[in-house]
Every structure is written in structure tokens, then in C-alpha cells.
Write a protein that binds this ligand. Structure first.
Ligand code: G
Ligand code: G
Ligand code: NA
Ligand code: MN
Length: 256
């Protein structure tokens, strides 16, 4: 059974779900939002990692249907949670957007239409895009992101500093957040170079008007260092694994 063939129709068969990994405000320790992460459970193949099937879906073009399902599902959950006490005006659920989705000319219009149909506050949805997603067609990416930014949607650069791109795009794209990749976080305690890189990325982000999310935090020493150098938002197993929607809502109730 090929993974690529099994993936086709997975959403319609009810095999996909979203997990929500909490993001924690470094300053006050309360949950400020989440990253939505796609999960696929196939009856024969079992759980398949998005690290494996997302690249296949990008190659086959199935990413358009899957990406649209992810956004619909995230908006459906946000609509359910909108009246919860913990859902403050700034509370933000971010979805990952692949290069091929962002490269479409109608990405922003389609997304804004979906948000409107769900009756969701635009500030509650965020996007995480990779540097390669931005570089692939920078002109179109800028057009799409300008429209979304003007509508109040926060845009984060995922895996910052791990790609091959120049820094010039930081001047012209309407970015809210840089995410320090797990690659720079995992060895913080033992690597002076990684401490320097995390510090420099944070200063760079602040210098261009972005805030900083650090991801992949697994220890209190990593969290302490990242807080000390000024990272605003923390994400990683140290705080919580990605959670099914119901467990995430319960987590928010406890950590509001
Ligand atoms: O959840 P996990 O750590 O296994 O995710 C592995 C990779 O898959 C990460 O790079 C993550 O950004 C990506 N990913 C997870 N969910 C989605 C999604 O809904 N869309 C896209 N494009 N990528 C996703
Ligand atoms: O590429 P992206 O940054 O979207 O990848 C996020 C992935 O990292 C998700 O698959 C998520 O499950 C995983 N992840 C989140 N927190 C941690 C962590 O603390 N440690 C490790 N090893 N992986 C993490
Ligand atoms: Na991500
Ligand atoms: Mn990342």
C-alpha cells in the first residue's frame, strides 16, 4: 500500500485530525495560543508522521485539499472556543502553510472567505510559513501576505535560520514573528555557539519589529535561558505535547 495513494481521500474518510501544541507567554506563564499540527491515522498503516506525508502531498498536489481541510478544521475549533474565558482577544491558533499553498494567487482571498464563513475573529488565526515558502515566489508571497496582514492575520516564519535564504525579505514582508527552530534550542545547555545564535536571532527579530517564539523546549534550563534573552513565547514538550482538541481546551482552562 503506497503512502501517497492511501493519503488521497484521507480527510473524507475521517482519518485526519489536528493536534494543538500550547504556546506559553514567557512573561506570565499563561497559554497564549497554539500551533495546529496535522495528524493522520490510517487503518492499515497506523499513525503516519506529517514529516513523511506532507512532502508527498506537496509532490502530488494533494496538499491543496489537505491544507484547505486543515484551515477549515482549525477555524471550526476556534469558533467552538471563541466564547471560552481563556480565549482572550490576542489568543492565536497558528496553522502551517506549505510553499505550494502560499504560491497560489487566490490563497489570501480564499482564506479570508473561510474565516468569514466561520464567523471567527481574524486575530485568532495565524499562519506559519517556511523561508522556502517565502522564497519560492517572493513577489506573490508578498501580495498574499500583505493582504492577510492588512486583514489582521499574524504571520510567523517557521524554522527561522535553517533554510538557504537571504535576510532581505525581513525588510519587505509584513511579519509578526520569527520562530527559533528546535535545532538551535536542543543543545543550548552545552553549546555556547547555539546560545549565541539564539541570542542573535532574538535581537534580529526585535530589531525588525517581530516577536520571538522558541520551539522544541524540553528543559527548564532551555526555557530560563530563552526567557532571559527576551523570547516572548515558549513552545515544546517541557510545557506540553501537541494535544487533541478536547485536551487542549482543558489545558487552557487550567493555564488561563
Ligand atoms: O507534528 P510534527 O512534529 O510531526 O510535524 C512534522 C512536520 O510537519 C513539521 O515540519 C510541521 O511543520 C509539519 N506539519 C505539521 N502539520 C502541518 C500542516 O497542517 N501543514 C503543513 N504544511 N505542514 C505541517
Ligand atoms: O517544522 P515545525 O516547527 O512545524 O515542527 C514542529 C514539530 O516539532 C511538530 O511535529 C512537533 O510535534 C515537534 N515538537 C514540538 N515540540 C517539541 C519538542 O519539545 N521536542 C521535540 N523533539 N519535538 C517537538
Ligand atoms: Na510549524
Ligand atoms: Mn519549526
Amino acid at each position: 500500500l503506497s503512502v501517497q495513494r492511501a493519503l488521497r481521500g484521507a480527510a473524507e474518510r475521517g482519518e485526519l485530525s489536528l493536534a494543538f501544541q500550547p504556546k506559553i507567554g514567557a512573561h506570565h506563564g499563561r497559554v497564549v495560543g497554539a500551533e495546529a499540527l496535522l495528524r493522520w491515522h490510517h487503518p492499515q498503516l497506523g499513525r503516519v508522521s506529517p514529516g513523511l506525508f506532507i512532502p508527498l502531498a506537496e509532490a502530488s498536489g494533494d496538499i491543496f485539499a489537505i491544507g484547505s481541510w486543515v484551515i477549515e478544521q482549525a477555524l471550526w475549533h476556534i469558533a467552538q472556543w471563541q466564547d471560552a474565558l481563556w480565549m482572550t482577544p490576542e489568543f492565536n491558533i497558528a496553522v502551517n502553510v506549505s510553499a505550494r499553498q502560499l504560491n497560489r494567487r487566490d490563497f489570501a482571498d480564499t482564506l479570508l472567505g473561510q474565516i468569514q464563513r466561520h464567523g471567527v475573529e481574524r486575530a485568532h488565526l495565524g499562519l506559519e510559513v517556511t523561508e522556502s515558502g517565502l522564497m519560492n515566489d517572493l513577489h506573490n508571497a508578498r501580495q498574499q501576505l500583505d493582504r492577510l496582514h492588512a486583514a489582521g492575520i499574524a504571520i510567523a516564519v517557521d524554522d527561522f535560520g535553517t533554510g538557504h535564504s537571504s535576510l532581505a525579505y525581513l525588510k519587505t514582508l509584513p511579519l509578526s514573528t520569527l520562530k527559533i527552530d528546535r535545532a538551535f534550542v536542543m543543545d543550548l545547555e552545552h553549546s555556547a555557539v547555539d546560545r549565541q545564535l539564539a541570542h542573535t536571532i532574538t535581537q534580529l527579530a526585535h530589531g525588525v519589529g517581530c516577536n520571538v517564539v522558541a520551539e522544541g523546549i524540553e528543559t527548564s534550563a532551555q526555557a530560563d535561558y530563552l526567557h532571559r534573552i527576551g523570547c516572548e513565547i515558549m513552545q515544546g514538550y517541557f510545557y506540553s505535547y501537541p494535544l487533541p482538541a478536547g485536551d487542549f481546551a482543558a489545558f487552557c482552562t487550567r493555564h488561563a
